[in-house]
Write a protein that binds this ligand. Structure first.
Ligand code: SAM
Ligand code: SF4
Length: 459
């Protein structure tokens, strides 16, 4: 038996692979984008809006509270980047099935600013009428004016972070301003205006008792949302929690056993609900309401990513644009070019691994397209991984499909990292840094970091 056994649950898997990090070779990028895509031309668009009205304790994403003038400058730079990207034959040959305005908080922009971005998007990329267009934000900011502009420009899905309804946790621990009543009012507005919307929740938060989490999940399931995402708390660098947990010892380390127990409790509630057909390891949708953006990215389609710190995948390379909003705006204004900041040309082996790493965000991975794309059987290329993971009890092969077992569902992110092979990168959301030094020891590392005192929180 060569089955493997994972020791610590990875709370989240990589959102891109291979991680861009090589020196940017503009000639390579330009030559690759100078030709149209081959027959695999499916793509999504990601637009990053790095602004928030408030900074939540847990959040390590690329975002800041900014002035109106900065937001306006950024919108102009982003529109310029849209026009620049739209000029390449490669991008022109792509067929866009889903668009995602993410952040940060896209609806921290005004209705007018959102309208200008969407206008540019339609003019230059011409998404079909059936394209899923999602706008992320906080419920409080989906005002009448913004909703009208979003809908007038084809936004047919919205997504808002709730995290928990508990007023005390929100105020005392998360630095979030609104409580239950305001959130419920906001959700009612989403329900009345969008037939398709997602809510995000986080478990294993400070003071989140079993009863509070049970109530959060119950409220989520009965909120009228068509899609739910349930995240375990991930401690990330550059967050208030990083200082609270790691530096100041305000909270005890998050416990892995507790995280798994909370996950299992939520699954029991989901099993009795219309969300029981979950399609991804952390996403739950009503029938027919899977998020196309998530699904298309999991299927290794191209990702045209725009905006500060956005991660994309085009023409066989992954890339990131510069993270700093100031550098991003200065560069676009002064040079009239895209501020690529990191890239990586994926080798044939990495492209095949990407298929598995991204694909296993889904619980049911179709392997037939792999052979069509790479001319080799998934089972031959990953014979060792499949054997180790099936004997370990994490995966089962069903004909041409790879499925998680019940145990595999719990350890799904470890399984994804396993497919990264030697190049396994840091665990964390794209463009965030999780606290584990090797990225795989989220829980135990906290005490090690605390004891060694060699890590500075940057908040
Ligand atoms: C980056 S936010 C953007 C959307 C919007 N600003 C909001 O707050 O809903 C997307 C989601 O990521 C999740 N998230 C962010 N940081 C997290 C962390 N450290 N641990 C777990 N989930 C996190 C939250 O659920 C959040 O709603
Ligand atoms: S969770 Fe959303 S609102 Fe809070 S800081 Fe992060 S991006 Fe901003």
């Amino acid at each position: 038996m060569s089955g493997i056994s994972f020791k610590h649950r990875e709370p989240i898997g990589s959102s891109t692979f291979p991680m861009p990090g090589d020196a940017v070779d503009l000639q390579v990028i330009e030559s690759r984008l100078a030709r149209p895509a081959d027959r695999f031309n499916g793509a999504t668009i990601y637009l990053h809006i790095p602004f928030c009205d408030q900074i939540c304790s847990f959040c390590g994403f690329n975002k800041a509270v900014s002035t109106e003038a900065t937001k306006d400058r950024y919108v102009n730079a982003l529109i310029r980047e849209i026009t620049l990207q739209a000029q390449s034959p490669y991008v022109q040959s792509l067929s866009f099935g889903a668009v995602y305005l993410g952040g940060g908080t896209p609806n921290a922009l005004s209705a007018e600013q959102l309208g200008r971005i969407l206008e540019a998007l339609h003019t230059h990329f011409r998404p079909a009428g059936s394209t899923e267009i999602t706008c992320e934000g906080i419920v409080q900011n989906f005002t009448r004016e913004r909703i009208d502009v979003l809908k007038a420009h084809g936004v047919n899905r919205v997504s808002a972070g709730i995290q928990t309804f508990d007023r005390e946790i929100r105020a005392a621990h998360l630095h979030m301003r609104d409580g239950r009543e305001e959130l419920l009012e906001g959700i009612a507005k989403l329900r009345n205006n969008f037939s398709n919307f997602n809510l995000d929740f986080i478990y294993n938060l400070p003071n989140q008792t079993d009863a509070i989490w049970e109530d959060d999940v119950h409220m989520a399931l009965t909120s009228g949302a068509t899609h739910l995402t349930l995240y375990p708390l991930v401690l990330l660098e550059n967050t208030i929690f990083y200082a609270d947990y790691v530096k100041n010892g305000k909270y005890a380390s998050p416990e892995e056993d507790r995280e798994i127990a909370m996950y299992r409790a939520a699954m029991r509630q989901v099993a009795d609900s219309p969300f029981r057909n979950r399609y991804s390891v952390r996403d739950f949708a009503l029938p027919g309401r899977d998020c196309r953006y998530i699904r298309m990215n999991a299927e290794s389609n191209h990702i045209l990513a725009l905006g500060a710190g956005a991660h994309g995948y085009l023409a066989g390379f992954t890339y990131r644009t510069t993270r700093s909003t100031q550098h991003y705006m200065n560069h676009v204004e002064q040079h009239g070019t895209i501020p690529f900041d990191a890239m990586r040309l994926a080798t044939a082996d990495e492209q095949m691994r990407r298929y598995a790493v991204m694909g296993l965000r889904m619980r049911d991975l179709d392997l037939a397209p792999f052979e069509e794309r790479f001319g080799r059987s998934f089972f031959d290329v990953f014979a060792r991984e499949i054997e180790d993971l099936s004997e370990g009890g994490y995966l089962v092969v069903n004909g041409d499909r790879l499925n998680f077992t019940e145990k595999g569902d719990v350890w799904a992110n470890n399984v994804r990292t396993f497919f990264e092979g030697k190049a396994a990168t840091n665990v964390g959301y794209t463009d965030t840094v999780s606290i584990g030094q090797d990225g795989k020891t989220h829980y135990s590392t906290i005490s090690r970091l605390k004891a060694s005192g060699d890590v500075e929180a940057n908040v």
